[in-house]
Design a protein around this ligand. Structure first.
Ligand code: DON
Length: 307
């Protein structure tokens, strides 16, 4: 057992004992059914050593964490032209906010708020059928994890498709400014489905390795993006990855991170580790409460804050 294994286990034990677990997302009916008692933590270091504790292999809905991977794909498709359609400034607003869109002529503040992620999804969709775009996203996740079993939870996708009126409003509003190229229902369909990808902490930490190691998986040697692009994706994760809780996450954890309303968080310790935490209960900003607490403890004990 390494020092890292011991710390990861200790943190998982501490989290299991806590009663402050936040509240599971209710606005997507299927996510409201998730048991708030779950907790998982997986850390993969530069040598490929995997430290795992708690519910490390329980699949959950990755939701907004998928936006890191769709951003990577869209940058691969159209490069820096992406930044003409979506900004890269923190919004200081909730993930599903619409207010800035009117002032900023339909250009979302960043690729991680819902409006921005919908615009990014539209770029991936361009020229394809929705099922082809989803196939591309799924193939990317399977390639990153070397795990062909990764799939979409269709019940979660259908649940959000039935109730995602706010996302429909955001998409229609952007369409009115000419920011979306594809039919709104196509873009939304792909967006809801990629948010509904189910993965475990182990799979997510595997998928994040390229961001921790200059764009390249150090174990397989596969290059995913250039070092400069990995650095920039990490920068956007740090500043925007937790919406209006991004400042708090940077202050407490000091690492680039991306949350999802399924309770997952992907965090990157550059040069050191890819980390995934999961606890379904959320704080007021819609970010995993114990996920953040666990990552704060990990970053502190390992001395991994980038500051
Ligand atoms: O669009 C939505 O509302 C969800 N599919 C994703 C939101 C989300 O994960 C916000 N993150 N904490």
């Amino acid at each position: 057992m390494t020092e890292l294994d011991r710390i990861v286990q200790e943190i998982a034990d501490e989290m299991a004992a806590r009663s402050d677990r936040g509240t599971v997302a209710h606005y997507i009916p299927e996510l409201a059914k998730v048991d708030p008692a779950g907790f998982g933590l997986v850390v993969i270091d530069a040598d490929g050593h995997i430290a795992a504790a708690g519910d490390a292999d329980t699949a959950f809905s990755i939701q907004s964490i998928s936006k890191v991977f769709t951003l990577t794909l869209a940058l691969g498709k159209i490069g820096d032209r992406l930044w003409q359609r979506v900004g890269r400034e923190p919004s200081g607003s909730p993930f599903n906010s619409i207010v800035q869109l009117e002032f900023e002529r339909g250009i979302p503040r960043n690729p991680f708020i819902n409006a921005g992620a919908i615009a990014v999804t539209d770029v991936i969709l361009s020229g394809h059928q929705p099922r082809e775009a989803l196939g591309e996203i799924l193939r990317f996740m399977r390639f990153l994890t070397d795990d062909p079993s990764i799939a979409i939870d269709e019940a979660v996708a259908a649940s959000e498709q039935r109730t995602g009126f706010r996302n429909a409003a955001l998409a229609n509003y952007m369409k009115s400014f000419g920011v979306l190229d594809n039919p709104v229902d196509y873009t939304l369909g792909v967006y809801f489905h990629h948010c509904a990808i189910a993965m475990s902490c182990r799979q997510l930490a595997l998928a994040g390795r390229y961001l921790a190691h200059c764009g390249r998986n150090p174990v397989t040697g596969h290059s995913v993006v250039s070092p400069g692009r990995a650095r920039r994706i990490n920068a956007v994760m740090l500043t925007c990855g937790h919406y209006d809780g991004s400042g708090e996450f940077a202050y407490r954890v000091g690492l680039p991170g991306k949350s999802g309303v399924g309770g997952g968080v992907l965090a990157i310790a550059p040069g050191k580790a890819s980390i995934a935490a999961w606890s379904p209960g959320l704080d007021a900003s819609g970010n995993s409460h114990l996920g953040r607490v666990a990552l704060e403890a990990l970053s502190k004990r390992m001395g991994w804050s980038i500051f």
